[in-house]
Design a protein around this ligand. Sequence first.
Ligand code: UGA
Length: 442
Amino acid sequence: MARIGIFGAGYVGLVTGTCFAELGHEVVVRDVVPEKIEALRSGQVPIYEPGLEELLERNRSRISFTTSVAEAIEDADLLYVAVGTPPTYSGDADLSAVWTVVDELPQVGGNPIVVMKSTVPVGTGEKVRAALDARGLSHVGYVSNPEFLAEGTALRDFMNPDRIVVGAFTPEHGDGVEELHAALGAPVLRCDVASAEMVKLAANAFLSTRISFINEIANVCELVGADVEAVAKGIGLDHRLGPHFLRAGIGFGGSCFPKDVSALKQLAGNSGYHFQLLSAVIEVNELQKRRVIAKLQKHLGRLRGKTIALLGLAFKANTADMREAPSLVIASRLIAEGAKVRAWDPVADASTLLQGVTFCDDVLDAVRDADAAVIVTEWPQLREQLPTEEVRAAMARPLLVDGRNLLDPAAARAAGFAYEGIGRSGSLFETLPETAEPELHL
Ligand code: UGA
């Protein structure tokens, strides 16, 4: 069993550290924020990830938390870098936290391997290798081992990975990282460092491309009377295409896809290549969020003075993460149009991000006197509460805009709602009873 130091007690660092401890390794997680380390020491997990707190508790004897670099690297076989790489204004990744970790490494003894888990531009490994060599740390190895954890299912993703990617300059260092994962029995891709870095960016960019593609298909479906749900099923049954990431909706968000698509586009641009496809993926995604506004206007006309309930705020279900959440754009657009916005989410707290929104404790409160309710996040509990008579009675007008195609349109209509999904047949021809003359059309 290995001794692993992990730099960064964020989402990736905590999940990775806890899962390595579960596999029997000794783990020390280091972060620069003392309050976070204090909380973790007392058993509180600062992020919302189903099952993480329990798994951490079960492995307490093999995982510890510290703010000290020395403690994290003491006798470590592997030093995982799992710090944030947020986007900069230029769309490039901000690597300052990565460089701080590398710069802080003292003259370590032994032969530890620095393992890059953070998502970094292609070429970062080469630069870190050169920096380590320049600082007399040539005996320290370097491996790229990108993560493929999705929020909400991160523990499952770690324990049952589709693949482990190990990019190394030296085969022995790659072996060290591969062995760590032996118990998982997953396919392992061994390659050079630059290719491993590219696998991560390309995988996220490709998944994002699938989403923008199906969203454009949905938009066309609305115009020609087809149903994107049936179309996605039909596409997905082709074994060459597969069923995943073909859920049409209000566009992708989160801390990864928007950032990584943009980072790959910038990386290509910085190298002299204009990545046209990714420009379209980004643009389609931006417009997709705004289509919700047009759908509301189609039924309600001007939105000034109208009350709109946003059901769900997190960028997807089973997370409290608000980073790049479509709800931020939708709420801001609604406020700019003069609408009153009421919002509910079971876990996400957007009170510091969204000014002028009334936050409600439950769905029924959020839809009270609303002219429309918009399903923004596919929280499963919304399937139980919608479409019900109770909700319909609470609303001023029974209009449901289902941004995630969560509900059965027939059931919603049968319950007396006007229903607008994304790319679902019938929505184009629907009108809301007692609604004002629409002023704008899709
Ligand atoms: C994503 C990837 O799925 C992970 O493999 C990767 O490790 C992670 O980014 C990362 O780079 O760290 P995550 O952002 O947590 O994970 O969430 P996803 O489940 O991939 O969803 C991303 C966005 O796409 C969400 O806004 C979701 O609602 C949207 N989405 C997803 C769709 O609109 N349609 C789909 O069919 C699937």
